[in-house]
Design a protein around this ligand. Structure first.
Ligand code: DAT
Ligand code: MG
Length: 165
């Protein structure tokens, strides 16, 4: 079944010049890239992205990490699309805890846990279809994505553009 999934190459991945390596690993999935951009992440965006974890003790550190306070203030956001995309991508990413992740996975190969306890695990990937929808709509507008994946509607400012319906 075709699915879409949100991927973020986090600030540690960009700071460590791992963008190419990560994209090469992801290309093993044979999925299609249907959207991509570089983002300077605001606190609001980081909070919304990780809203499900807002009660965790590590939430504030997690926001700072995603905002790039420890590395570089940028994230590469992508949408991958194709058969069984969510599982295929999560598999190559490896476990959340980079010390426990398979060494052959992206997180196992490149991630670390800092002495402060921040999981610097290089990459984010949506965990299920509901999460993918929420996250893609948060990071991208309909016109940023080259295929139609969720309902959208046209609004008219100076030019016509689409917003999520
Ligand atoms: P995943 O990123 O594998 O989907 P998640 O959604 O449970 O994992 O958590 C989001 C991020 O929060 C994760 O990539 C790293 C951080 N995190 C999760 N559990 C943590 C913990 N016990 N200590 C520190 N950071 C943690
Ligand atoms: Mg998650």
């Amino acid at each position: 079944m075709n699915q879409q999934t949100l991927i973020l190459i986090k600030p540690d991945g960009l700071k460590k010049s791992l963008t190419g390596n990560v994209l090469t690993r992801l290309s093993e999935t044979k999925l299609d890239i249907v959207a991509s951009k570089i983002v300077k992440v605001s606190r609001e965006l980081a909070e919304q992205h990780y809203i499900m974890l807002k009660d965790k003790p590590f939430f504030d550190e997690l926001l700072k990490y995603l905002m790039g306070e420890y590395h570089k203030k940028k994230v590469m956001a992508l949408v991958y699309w194709g058969d069984d995309a969510i599982k295929k991508v999560r598999q190559i990413c490896g476990s959340t805890n980079p010390e426990e992740a398979d060494p052959v996975s992206i997180r196992g190969a490149y991630g670390r846990i800092t002495t402060k306890g921040v999981y610097e695990n290089i990459i984010h990937a949506s965990a299920n279809e509901a999460e993918a929808e929420r996250e893609i709509k948060l990071w991208f507008q309909p016109d940023d994505v080259i295929i139609d994946m969720y309902p959208s509607k046209i609004v008219k400012d100076k030019c016509e553009r689409r917003i999520w319906a």
